[in-house]
Design a binder for this molecule. Structure first.
Ligand SMILES: [Ca+2]
Length: 188
């Protein structure tokens, strides 16, 4: 298993000072209006095709004003923003900056392509009146492993098998990418 953490290097949105969330320390990005959002991308993981994805987590170092109870709705994309996963709400700590981890492993059936095209988006959810939500850093952490020789990673068609990738052994010629192949399943 390898754990790789990358920071965004590009952003867009309606929040303020978005580039301040590229690095730990050095200022904050913030949103202070309902529905303001900040989208972060170009994490540039550059994973190779032999990498199987075990876990994907977004880290948010954030806080809000002391009396606030606003939230961020956090979504991730695995295709450079064309589609977004399940919205997750987090409550930035009103008593100072803390690190919050958001596990988005179940949002998609991740593969190396999805990680290489990952984006994260935070949208301001105002509970009463909109308060300032501050974001120091929004890196993404991916746990991955190299698919060993003789093992191939396949994705079952939707409706056939819920869940993540399955390890299968093949007999004879290696599977043809993009086609249905006869396989022999040997375990989980
Ligand atoms: Ca920062």
């Amino acid at each position: 298993m390898t754990v790789t953490t990358k920071s965004p290097t590009a952003s867009a949105g309606t929040g303020s000072d978005l580039t301040n969330a590229y690095a730990d320390g050095g200022g904050f990005a913030y949103t202070d209006k309902k529905d303001e959002y900040a989208e972060y991308y170009t994490y540039a993981f550059g994973l190779a095709s032999d990498q199987s994805i075990t876990q994907v987590r977004v880290r948010l170092d954030c806080y809000q004003v002391a009396y606030g109870n606003d939230k961020w709705s956090v979504e991730v994309s695995n295709d450079d923003g064309a589609n977004w996963g399940t919205p997750h709400e987090i409550l930035p700590n009103p008593d100072g900056e803390t690190t919050q981890w958001l596990d988005v492993t179940s949002d998609f059936t991740w593969d190396y392509n999805g990680v290489n095209a990952i984006r994260a988006k935070v949208t301001h959810v105002a509970v009463a009146r909109a308060e300032a939500l501050s974001l120091d850093w929004i890196p993404i952490e991916v746990t991955h492993e190299t698919i060993t020789a003789g093992w191939k990673q396949i994705q079952y068609a939707a409706g056939v098998e819920a869940g993540a990738f399955n390890k299968v052994a093949y007999v004879g010629e290696p599977p043809t990418p993009g086609a249905w192949n006869k396989i022999k399943q040997t375990g989980d």
